[in-house]
Design a protein around this ligand. Structure first.
Ligand code: ATP
Ligand code: MG
Length: 404
């Protein structure tokens, strides 16, 4: 068994809710595509999460899962760089969720803001369910199962990551405190060798007495390099640094994404349920039609009324898609009524079509070859399960569930 390098491991999930749009591409997928080359990434299609709100209408979920997988691959998520898989194909998520449910206070779940917010947002659905209340804990299990140290999120997801950290801390506190922990930790320090042991002790002291966070980081890096001590001893020494027990489940940190929300066809945030989205697999004709129908500055009633890009819902999309030079010319043309709105939309339509062209070519490859898609997902699930099993072996051991 190997010690997982949590600091290098990323987990992210998306609920399968239909085809993906440009908002998903700019807000999430482009970031993943960068991360997959920098970290060990696990990208999970969280179909059980879809059930928490859509349990009354399960029919479309499997198609949504496949559509999502195709869209991820089309966008450039690469199965040779990242692990792509479907949550329900790794049943270990459910086992860890169950075990964590034993130690998770009800009040922690009730105070997660999305619990009440979503119930208000989706009044037609009966969401006073056990499963829906437990949603953040399932998400916690998704992360902790891979001992992922980093979770890419937007600001709205921060409370969920904080929740996951609290659950991990509580778990480590309850089960990482073995009898004689301090003695075992001190014995482990001696196994580091004299020089490293002194360094470890000094760094630990600097952190515990002066709160020196850099010393903590240095000590962690030092421990990671150690080849001669066992995994158990490493976990003890990680925990001992901070004054706790063994770190069985490392606390994840948010990797805050700075991508601003992409506006949709009406100027408000692009979102499937707002009906204002351009989908990654919209044809050129659909893209053109959608953008041509977009409202513009209301002051431009007639072709020769001058307008102001600041009042035009099309402009924020230009800011994402067209060059500064093009925009300067368009702005001038709009303010002087030198060009009409359709003319202004031309370069935007072209830019969106051009961006989508390679994605759609890749999407077609997978749509034409469902076997390939299935094998990528099966392989991803296999890789994910191997990691998940390692974590659960330790978790079961810590809970005394190792029967021989
Ligand atoms: P719904 O309408 O059901 O809320 P949606 O289209 O908004 O669906 P979500 O499932 O809510 O999509 O979003 C999935 C992820 O994509 C989230 O991380 C969210 O922040 C991101 N995302 C969605 N829309 C945008 C957008 N317009 N710009 C940037 N990121 C977005
Ligand atoms: Mg949304």
């Amino acid at each position: 068994m190997s010690l997982v390098d949590s600091e290098r491991r990323v987990l992210s999930g998306m609920r399968p809710s239909g085809r993906l749009h440009l908002g998903h591409y700019h807000g999430v997928l482009k970031n993943w595509i960068k991360l997959q080359h920098e970290y060990e990434c696990f990208f999970c299609i969280v179909d059980w999460h879809a059930l928490t709100t859509n349990y009354q209408e399960v029919g479309p979920i499997s198609q949504h899962v496949m559509d999502m997988a195709v869209d991820w691959l089309a966008a450039g998520v690469s199965p040779s760089s990242a692990t792509l898989f479907i949550q329900s194909q790794v049943p270990e998520h459910a086992e860890l969720h169950l075990l964590l449910s034993m130690i998770c206070p009800l009040s922690w779940l009730e105070r997660v803001p999305s619990y009440k917010e979503q119930q208000d947002r989706l009044p037609g659905r009966e969401l006073a369910t056990y499963g829906f209340l437990g949603y953040p804990l399932l998400q916690t299990a998704d992360i902790l199962l891979y001992r992922a140290g980093l979770v890419p999120v937007g600001a709205d997801q921060l409370p969920h990551i904080e929740f996951a950290r609290e659950v991990a801390r509580r778990f480590n506190h309850l089960y990482g405190r073995e009898p004689g922990f301090e003695l075992k930790a001190e014995a482990a320090i001696r196994k580091l060798g004299k020089k490293t042991a002194t360094l470890y002790n000094n760094l630990r002291k600097a952190f515990q007495e002066q709160g020196d966070v850099e010393a903590l980081e240095t000590a962690r890096a030092l421990l990671k390099e150690q080849q001669s001590i066992t995994l158990g001893d490493k976990e003890r020494l990680f925990g001992y640094l901070e004054g706790g027990g063994r770190v069985l489940l490392p606390e994840p940190r948010p990797l805050l994404s700075e991508a601003p929300k992409l506006p949709g066809l009406d100027g408000s945030k692009m979102s499937k349920s707002n009906g204002n989205a351009i989908f990654l697999r919209d044809s050129n004709a659909e893209v053109e039609e959608k953008i041509r129908r977009m409202p513009t500055d209301p002051a431009r009633v007639h072709r020769d009324d001058p307008g102001n890009p600041a009042h035009c819902p099309v402009w924020p999309l230009h800011e994402v898609y067209t060059s500064a030079e093009t925009r300067a010319a368009l702005q001038q043309g709009c303010q002087s009524a030198g060009i009409g709105c359709l003319e202004c939309k031309g370069p935007l339509i072209e830019a969106v079509q051009k961006e989508l062209q390679p994605l759609q070519a890749r999407a077609a490859d997978y749509q034409d070859n469902p076997e390939l898609l299935r094998s990528i997902l099966a392989e991803g699930a296999e890789r994910a399960r191997n990691e998940a099993r390692e974590t659960l072996t330790e978790v079961r051991l810590a809970l005394g569930l190792n029967y021989r």
